[in-house]
Every structure is written in structure tokens, then in C-alpha cells.
Design a protein around this ligand. Sequence first.
Ligand code: BDR
Ligand code: CA
Length: 312
Amino acid sequence: VKHILLDVDTGVDDALALIFAAKSDKLHIEGITTVFGNVDVKQATKNTLQVLELAQPRYEIPVAMGADAPLFRPRRENVTAIHGANGLAGYELPEERQTPVNERASDFIVRKVREQAHDITLVFTGRLTNLAVALAKDPSIAQKAKLVLMGGAIKVPGNITPVSEANIHGDPEAAHRVFESGIPITMVGLDVTGKAKFGEAHYQQLMSGFTEEQAELKAFMQHIFTFSFEASDRLNEGRYRLMHDPLALAVVEDASLVEMEDYYVYIETKGPVSSGATLVDFRRPQSRTNASVCMQVREEAFLQHYIQTVLS
Ligand code: BDR
Ligand code: CA
């Protein structure tokens, strides 16, 4: 079992990742921190608690609220077409029972990494702001944990600018600090998650597998997949949901789902187009590297694993 600390900006695909992590018997969630991104941090925290309680009603996992803006920039985001006004495609889950813990996300991260040094994987599916703040508070945590992140794009296009992906573009200075911190990084970028398309056939398979006790989870997933299919349809792309954040969790569980190569990844922080770009140094030989970069994914194996885990 892998011990993980998750950091999320709970919109639709973060919710799908949370459900996967909560159901997986190979992952143990030590805690969750939240960040602005798909929605503001308060909404992300509320969504996180509600989705957790839906997926895993028996456990109380500590949730710590984090940054509501990038390190040095104002927050500006509008992703309601993709995630709905509340981040969960407009679905109203029951009010959460739990409240967030009385500790800031960055402090929570520092404490957990110290307590579980060398036995914890940080999994980030949003902006890297909370980790950048944690590293500023205690740079030595970079030697005590690993990081798996959904973010960046080593092959264009990006999804915010022609070359930048949302999680890095949303706080490039934070990403820059994290990539230069020395923490071992596995990067699950947009060019790879963009191949993980959960389509109609996967949807039918998932829906027909739920038991009666899972009716609430089924109704939620039915809603968010249908919303996502309609959103991608409007963009003339066909009916599917890109499984960005769930793939990062699946890679933590089973790295054989992807092919990785080690590179030095530079984070651009300036320029109207280049800000947030993840530039890879492809020159050989490499004198130094800072990330294992996912290059390929066995997407159907991943999607089947996702379905089986959620139904378990
Ligand atoms: C990333 O941006 C967010 O909208 C998604 O949740 C995912 O983490 C994809 O670029
Ligand atoms: Ca996300």
C-alpha cells in the first residue's frame, strides 16, 4: 500500500480522481489539501469533502484548505463550461458532515512529510502553490517525499495557451520553484492524459456495473460524465471525458501503465504565450535531470483499471 497526500482543485476530473483514490486498496490517503483552480479554494474544499463522503463514507480523511491565489499573481479563471459553476457539473451532493482541519495546507504538508519521511508520495492534480509554500517553509521536505503531478505538456498544444497547460499556467512561479527544488518528480502531462478518453462504451460498462447500494455514487458519476460528454461534443471533439487527474493517481498505483523518460524540465514564467510552458531539454547526453516524464500511456488498460477500481 502506498501512502499518499493529495492536493486537488476539485472540479470534475479531480472528483473522478478522488473516487478512484478512495476506492483503491493499493493507495492509502493520509490527507488532502485543496487549492484554487477549477473553482475557488472554499468551493474546492467543499467539493472535496462531499466527494470523499460519497466515495468513502466509512473513513474520515483530514482535509486542509490551502491557497486561494497564485504566489504572485491575481487569480483569474473561468472554466464553468468544463466543470460547471460549482466545479461538479452543477450536481448538488449532500452537505458535507466533516469540516476542514484547523491547519493550513502548507503546514499540513510539511508536518505529514516530516512524520512519514521517505514513505509518502505527494500527488498534485492542481496548481503547485501549496507545495511551493511548503518548500519555502521547509526546503528539506524535497528530500523526504516524492511528487507525482498532473500538469504541463511536453508536446504541444497546451490547453490555456498554445504551449501551456492549466495547472502550470495557473501558477508558473510555484511550478518553477517546485521543479527546481530537488524533489523527485513524475510528470503526467496533458499530451499523455489527452489520450485517456473515457467514452460512451466505458460509460455504459461503468453504469451497468454498479450495485444497488452504490446508487448515489452512480447518480453522481452519471451526471458528471453526461455533462462532460456534452461539453466535449460542443467543441466538435466527440463524446468523451479526458481523464487527466485520475491518470496521475493510477500512475502512483501502477507505473507500468505508462512509459517514462528522465529529462530536465524548465518552467517558463514569462511571456504571453510561453508563461507556464514546460520546456524539456531533449539534448543527449543529459548531465542532470529533474523529472521522470510520462511519454506514452496504455490508455485502454488504464481505463479498464479505473472502471474496476470504482466498482470495487
Ligand atoms: C487540468 O486542469 C484542470 O482543469 C483539470 O482538473 C486538470 O487537473 C488539466 O489541464
Ligand atoms: Ca485538477
